[in-house]
Design a protein around this ligand. Sequence first.
Ligand SMILES: [Ca+2]
Length: 299
Amino acid sequence: MRRYEARALGRGSGSPGRASWLRLALLGAIAIGLALAACQHQPSAAPGGLYAPCDVDSQLPLRGYEVVATLPHDPAAYTQGLLLHEGVLYESTGLYGRSSLRRLERASGRELARVELPARLFGEGLALVQDRLYQLSWREGEVRFYSLEDLRLLTTLRIAGEGWGLEYDGHSLIQTDGSAELIFRHPDDLAELRRLPVRANGQPVAGLNELELVDGWLLANVYPTDCVAVIDPGSGLVAAWLDLHPLAAALRRRAPGAEVSNGIAYDAASGHLLVTGKRWPQIYEIRLSGWPPAAPDRP
Ligand SMILES: [Ca+2]
């Protein structure tokens, strides 16, 4: 069993001049990384992923976590969306010609059902709305609705812009498009209701990707890092970070084809999270410590 402790990152260690220089260097590295990501776009993330510290310029806490189980995952699955419903996993995978919607046995990873997407579609975020699964596509603007029972395609609707992550809060769909905004949509017709900027310590958090609501907090993979932002969905403020880099780095040493972490599913029964990544051969079941976070103060 591995435990990853929460670390308090803050100002005050080392001389102020050196600390400032380090922060500038880290911010520069992140800026370069995001610029590279913008050039490369989502399907061509650098194998091995880019490591950026999750919180370089604030005192937001990092949540600790403990790996309680390691589950098999198809190493060919380019995971873009993951959710758990009644003990069964549902996954959306990306890449043109390889995209799919899958129903998976949690413990074994065994595939119970699969829908292949047309080659023109790049699968993205996945959400459950009552008895329907909604699957985004990346740049194609198509949102596919499936029957939960048999994964039958019911209809498709269109949205403008890119589709990245998707979640449902019981009232609205919450969508990401790789920017630093959450887009709220009506679940029936996908009409845009409002947008909410996401900020950490006053700065926008770009690259918001796969989503998962956990006890009222919205967790978001932040592309192209192994960081998960813990967002207050009421204010858009980041309250804490979950740094999956230690897990991801160890996994990528064994599986060089694995890319960044992406895919979070919440098991409300155990309180555990299931986290994976693009082409990861495993899903990790983790238990958070120091949960829930304190509500963030407005800067
Ligand atoms: Ca999810």
